[in-house]
Design a binder for this molecule. Structure first.
Ligand code: 26Q
Length: 817
């Protein structure tokens, strides 16, 4: 069945009709917001029509369905993306032209759903896009946070956080499904009793009920009628405004209870790669995990009845990191308490249904919930975890007889905490890491004890990004140029991008490639001018580091590297280098003092280089405010140099690295995460690698002394001194003392420079120096840039999802077009 598409004239008519019916106005009279509503609802109608066409196919064929549980889905704006998937952008663009609608401004009317922090949430969004493109039946499941990740403002160089109330004007893309509301229970107590057949059963009473109300957002498959849903659960109190209690003067108490329930889906926690044992966070996790599993079970029963043996063949449950891990005991609870299955059978079904992806090896990010909190908040789940743990330890005893300490490390409950990673590993059929190096580290260290028992359950599946959003949508000019060179087959088979390789040798193609980059730089410049009033030098190298602010990602090393370059130019009037604009985009967790201080430092350096007549034309430092998906869409296509500086062994994969590469940026980075695979794919001549390897980092722990570098390297010593001598902030010379101290002495008993910033800094600066020399060789640089784009096809999330499907989920592609 081919997809029907609206013609240009049909689109014009539809938009005019919507404006007339919704707002009683014409195109000329409409506000930009009204135009957005009219256009978006036209696109929505097209999607819903496809949904109707494809609806029922899965149920009729009884195909297996995936539930991808994730506390975050950083989906980005939908309108443009949906137009790309409808493959009808051309007609829309023509219609806009004739109606006098500015399309960029139209897209910008849409509030961006900020339902995620960074990599993990964006990965979930790319995965949904690829699942739909590959026509695999799936549902993304998360929380409908009323407030997404905070909006960032920079005021006097400091980060200020503002609330992100993205739902203020409603959300055109979601459909509320009150008919599929579920109850989620918190607190109370559990009693056991013996039923008529002599079986011990459990009764949970005295709990607080929170309603989980689902809202579905469609995720359209590229050029297909396939539509999957992203289901976001919203917390609602079952209490309605009760007139009786109102009259009795208990209004305030009734309202208080209502708010306590509804606060669960109020706001996204802004910590990335960091765990904090907050009760509300645990409530959020259980809330959406429970609702999802209840729905998955009901949906299964509707199609397959009570044939539980079929469950793992028809339902795949995937937990995106440990945040939805409580879904595991929740499925056990439903199978045992609600449907009367015996423990062993329930456990077997559960393990065969769940798979788990780990996204970090940082110990501060591993979730451990205090046992008494779990016991109080989720008493029945706690009992199940205890029983699971008991049985697990018995099994482990057979393998690791007498090794108490090892078994203790592997336990689900131990030393007063519930260890979510151990729960997920013990109860999943498959565990995977997100790049090869990360999977190796999991096997060698984090999950080594488990790996020794069942090595085959541990996989490495390298992350990917959707080339539809990150190339076709974000960089239409490059996409057309690729079409022109190799045809448009790459849009459906991204691996075909490799056919671009020979075009490196084509001088005319190189110039066209350069022109696209230049135009994208001009667009980014206008973006920065209108948003922040900053003028960019579009003749300079755009050198970008855009990602969450974290110590291990080493934005600080980048900043100190800029200081070293500044000093070289300042002290040598003949210093010759191409002008460069260092662009940073990064949000710091609001409570992460040092991360916020690094933002302040970057802005101080920005002022310093701008004031010095020797450096002001050669170095620019700009901080792009409120880095988010839409900002990334403007930034990636305009970037020449991609900074991927994490301390080796710390960045599980990285996905920004892939987005830059796909858009023809050259990477400077460490052998960490997916940088290793980028290196393998582009070859050593098309990437700038420097610094300690993961093994060297390991060997250096306890041995490395940052003060040795400080004492022996005068350039390093100078920038360190500048942190405290008033160079950066004459009115407050102590401003950056904390950073100085952390690098040289460590804080509060901790080690000095635990992320090897000073250790890698000299090699980093040397590599940057070589890079800027190469940039001046225009032909060489363009060859590298084209090479990077050409080799980026393997980093499409279509490849990643195919691997997950072959090795973990085994879903069948629906036969619908
Ligand atoms: C946990 C408990 C309480 C509060 C917050 C959290 C929390 C929230 C977000 C813990 C971790 C995260 C996010 C982690 C993350 O984004 N990890 C990144 O995942 C990417 C996709 O696999 C990788 O590419 C990155 O390397 C990894 O850092």
């Amino acid at each position: 069945m081919a997809c029907s598409r609206l013609s240009k004239d049909q689109i014009k008519k539809a938009i005019e009709g919507k404006l007339e019916r919704y707002f009683g106005c014409t195109v000329e009279e409409a506000t930009e917001g009204q135009l957005y509503q009219a256009v978006a609802s036209t696109v929505r109608d097209e999607i819903m029509e496809r949904r109707t066409q494809s609806r029922g196919v899965r149920k009729k064929t009884g195909s297996k369905k995936l539930y991808y549980l994730s506390a975050e889905f950083l989906v980005g704006r939908a309108l443009h993306n949906n137009m790309v998937s409808l493959v009808n952008e051309e007609n829309y663009t023509q219609a806009f032209k004739e109606l006098g609608i500015d399309r960029r401004r139209l897209f910008e009317q849409e509030p961006e759903p900020g339902l995620g922090n960074g990599g993990l949430g964006r990965l979930a969004a790319c995965f949904l896009d690829s699942l739909s493109a590959l026509k695999l039946p799936a549902m993304g499941c998360t929380i409908r946070y009323e407030y997404g990740l905070f909006r960032q403002k920079i005021v006097d160089g400091y980060q200020i956080e503002l609330p992100d109330s993205w739902l203020d004007n409603g959300n055109l893309w979601e459909i509320c499904r009150p008919d599929q509301t579920y109850e989620v229970h918190f607190g109370g107590k559990v009693e056991d009793y013996v039923d008529v057949s002599g079986v011990t059963r459990y009764r949970h009473t005295g709990y607080q009920t929170v309603l989980a109300v689902p809202y579905d957002m469609p995720v359209l498959g590229y050029d297909s009628t396939m539509v999957n849903m992203l289901r976001t659960w919203s917390a609602k109190s079952p209490k309605t405004l009760d007139m009786a209690s109102f009259n009795r003067g208990q209004y305030a108490q009734a309202m208080e209870e209502k708010e306590l329930a509804e606060v669960i889906s109020k706001v996204l926690y802004p910590e990335d790669n960091h765990y904090e044992g907050k009760e509300l966070r645990l409530k959020q996790q259980y809330f959406f995990s429970s609702a999802t599993v209840q729905y998955a079970v009901d949906d299964f029963i509707k199609v397959h009845g009570y044939n539980w043996n079929l469950f793992p063949e028809k339902v795949a449950l995937h937990v995106n990191d440990t945040h939805p891990g409580m879904a595991i005991p929740e499925l056990m609870r439903i199978l045992i308490d609600k449907y009367g299955l015996e423990w062993d059978r329930a456990e077997d079904i559960t393990r065969r249904s769940f798979a788990y992806t780990n996204h970090t090896v940082l110990s501060e990010a591993l979730e451990k919930w205090p046992e008494d909190l779990v016991k109080r908040l989720l008493p029945r789940i706690y009992m199940i975890l205890q029983e699971m743990n008991k049985r697990l330890c018995q099994r482990l005893w057979d393998v690791y007889t007498g090794q108490w300490e090892r078994i203790g490390r592997m336990a689900i409950i131990g030393y007063g905490s519930v260890h979510m990673a151990n729960l997920c590993v013990a109860m999943s059929h498959t565990v995977n890491g997100v790049s090869q190096i990360h999977a190796d580290i999991l096997r060698r260290t984090t999950f080594h004890d488990y790996y020794m028992v069942e090595p085959n359950r541990f996989l490495g599946i390298t992350n990917g990004i959707t080339h539809r959003r990150w190339l076709m949508q974000a960089n239409p000019a490059l996409s057309s140029l690729i079409d022109e060179a190799i045809g448009d087959a790459w849009r459906k088979e991204p691996n075909r991008m490799i056919d671009l390789l020979p075009f490196e040798d084509d001088a005319a193609f190189r110039e066209k490639f350069a022109k696209v980059k230049q135009d994208n730089k001009l667009y980014l410049a206008s973006y920065m001018r209108t948003r922040q009033g900053i003028l960019l030098d579009t003749e300079s190298i755009f050198d970008t580091q855009a990602k969450r602010l974290h110590e291990y990602k080493r934005q600080l090393m980048n900043a100190l590297g800029i200081m070293m370059l500044y000093n070289r130019i300042d002290s040598n009037p003949n210093y010759d280098c191409p002008p460069v604009t260092f662009i940073f985009g990064a949000k710091a967790a609001p409570g992460f003092y040092r991360a916020k201080l690094i933002i302040r430092l970057i802005n101080a350096i920005s002022d310093l280089v701008a004031k010095n007549p020797r450096t002001k034309d050669l170095i620019h430092v700009v901080f792009l405010e409120n880095y988010c998906v839409s900002a990334a869409e403007a930034l990636m296509p305009a970037t020449d140099v991609s900074e991927q500086l994490s301390t080796a062994g710390k960045e599980a994969s990285g996905t920004g690295n892939m987005k830059f590469m796909m858009n023809g940026a050259v990477t400077i980075g460490t052998m960490d995460g997916a940088n290793v695979e980028i290196f393998q794919n582009v070859g050593k001549d098309n990437i700038y690698i420097f610094g300690l390897s993961a093994e060297e980092v390991e060997r250096n722990y306890g041995v490395y002394r940052s003060s040795d570098i400080y004492e022996t390297n005068p350039e390093v010593r100078r920038v360190m001194e500048q942190l405290i001598d008033g160079t950066l902030c004459p009115e407050n010379p102590r401003m950056f003392q904390e950073l100085y101290h952390a690098l040289l002495f460590g804080d509060g008993g901790g080690v000095a420079d635990p992320y090897f910033v000073l250790k890698d800094l000299p090699a980093y600066v040397e590599t940057r120096h070589i890079l800027s020399g190469d940039y001046r060789n225009r032909e060489k640089w363009l060859r590298m840039a084209i090479h990077n784009t050409a080799c980026s096809g393997v980093f499409s999330s279509d490849r990643t999802i195919s691997e997950y499907n072959d090795k973990i989920w085994h879903l069948k592609s629906l036969d619908i077009d």
